[in-house]
Design a binder for this molecule. Sequence first.
Ligand code: PHE
Length: 341
Amino acid sequence: MLEELNRLEEEALKALETAEDEEALDQWYRAYLGRKGAVTRMVRSVGTLPKEERPAFGRRANEVKQALEAAYADRRETVRRMALARALEEGAVDVTLPGRPVVRGRLHPATRTLREIYAIFADMGFQVYRSRDVETDEYNFQLLNMPPHHPARDMWDTFYTTQEGVLLRTHTSPGQIHAMREFAPEPVRVILPGMCYRYEQITARSEIQFHQVEGLAVGRNITMTDLKGTLAEFARRMFGPERKMRFRCSHFPFTEPSVEVDIDCILCEGRGCPVCKHTGWLEILGAGMVHPVVLRNGGYDPDVYSGFAFGMGPERITMLKYGIQDIRYFWGNDLRFLEQF
Ligand code: PHE
């Protein structure tokens, strides 16, 4: 019986070495030390031994039990440590890896150009004046010298609303009237940036919405020379000192005389290319001296005051500056385009 007990102890200790997790440990415990375990059963069988062998067997059995309990507790601790080490290794974070780059936003190319324009005109004393996108027929046309049914209205295909006489502004020029009525009879020097809307076929060259920046200066003794000087300075700062500028006669109902302003083509420097349609010139804005009727509508006496106005499209200017072929990129929300600026 004693031999058997020794053999059982040896077997149990060996089996314990192979227990690698909690479940195996529990199983092992049940097999040897549990209520129906091999060791427990053997201890109980002490009664079947001859009387004189019982004390020695009993002592040895207790020793074995205690040894196995101790080995079991040891092994449990080892298994716990192994499991912890494994978990740490599996979930390890390599703190030396470089971080994930943060995706940075940026300004929309139209916003960048707008801000450049603000800065250039701010240096010449122009304030930014904001006015509404939803306008009345009166401000968008009538006060700008275009009575109902005036054929010049055809230059602006218009989004009308369901409310009589209310429309989306087709240009920033109605802001001229708002500004003049606010400042008259004091002199005005403002630029009016904002979104404009036209009911047009969308093509590479035209969109239904786009920015304009209007300029307006009203005061005493303002002449065409001032307009020329102001625009020349603008073109120099926006496109570089080597650009040439050209004034062409034109017509707008709200300016007299009216001009359109070109710069020599940035790409071919005037030699002729597809961008300038082989003319050597790029149109950048419309301008003129504020029409006497418009001055009066704004609250100024045209016999005392005079002024100039101009209107430009920042998207168009951006296209010229960066050689962008299609205006639809601006509002297409394609990051591949936007990320280039
Ligand atoms: N409002 C004109 C347009 O949209 C541009 C312009 C503004 C022309 C001011 C003259 C003076 O085409």
